[in-house]
Design a protein around this ligand. Structure first.
Ligand code: MG
Length: 216
């Protein structure tokens, strides 16, 4: 069973939801349209990769991208709740990587097919340890960054999200229902790019948590 770390405890993971196209500058860099409905996809729990494990690039892709994102851990079940009620259902927050086989995704998009292989391969959901929700004052005022081999590649600020964390939770709770143990990848800011074997990725959420992943 896949688990995450929160307050020194290993907690089981249920579903892994991901929100796509949630920052305007990232939408522009990939030449996508601003969504009118939330863009939601899932990763299997087998995709989860904890700190301390290396990223192994899948043989079927020549263009695996990093997407650095804040990640939500749902602490209690949420069905059809409002945005005002949403954050009370959060157990913790982390920083992670929504790894994407961009070449496979582009082919799937062109054919109108699902993104499962592009987004759900083994190790495609990297995540740091979690910090308790109570330790985060305002989840919509959080800066975070990703550097690759010491060079800053992504700088995000949750204030720039199109759908706030509370709106994401409310939406997911209405359409799918959320369960304790679910994760939500909240979308990536601009600056996504290709990783190659030997890269070292450093994810930084100041005052909260950091994580390093090596690629092989
Ligand atoms: Mg993403």
């Amino acid at each position: 069973m896949k688990t995450i770390q929160l307050n020194g405890q290993a907690l089981p993971v249920a579903n892994i939801f991901c929100i796509g196209r949630n920052y305007h500058e990232h939408i522009r860099e990939l030449d996508n349209a601003v969504p009118t409905e939330p863009v939601v996809f899932l990763k299997p729990t087998s995709a989860l990769l904890a700190v301390g494990e290396d990223i192994v690039l899948p043989a079927f892709s020549n263009d695996v991208h990093y997407e650095c994102e804040l990640v939500v851990y749902i602490g209690r079940d949420a069905h059809n709740i409002s945005a005002a009620e949403a954050l009370a259902h959060v157990g913790g927050y982390a920083i992670g990587l929504d790894l994407t086989a961009r070449d496979v995704q582009s082919a799937a998009k062109a054919q109108g097919l699902p993104w499962t292989q592009a987004k759900g391969f083994r190790g495609a959901a990297c995540v740091s340890a979690f910090v308790a929700a109570a330790a985060v004052d305002d989840i919509q005022a959080q800066a975070f960054s990703l550097s690759v081999n010491g060079h800053t590649r992504q700088q995000g600020d949750s204030a720039q999200m199109i759908l706030s964390v509370a709106q994401q939770i409310a939406y997911l709770s209405a359409v799918y229902g959320l369960q304790a143990g679910d994760l939500i990848y909240t979308g990536t800011p601009a600056g996504v790019g290709k990783m190659v074997a030997g890269d070292e990725l450093h994810l930084r959420w100041p005052q909260q948590v950091e994580a390093t992943f090596r690629v092989r």
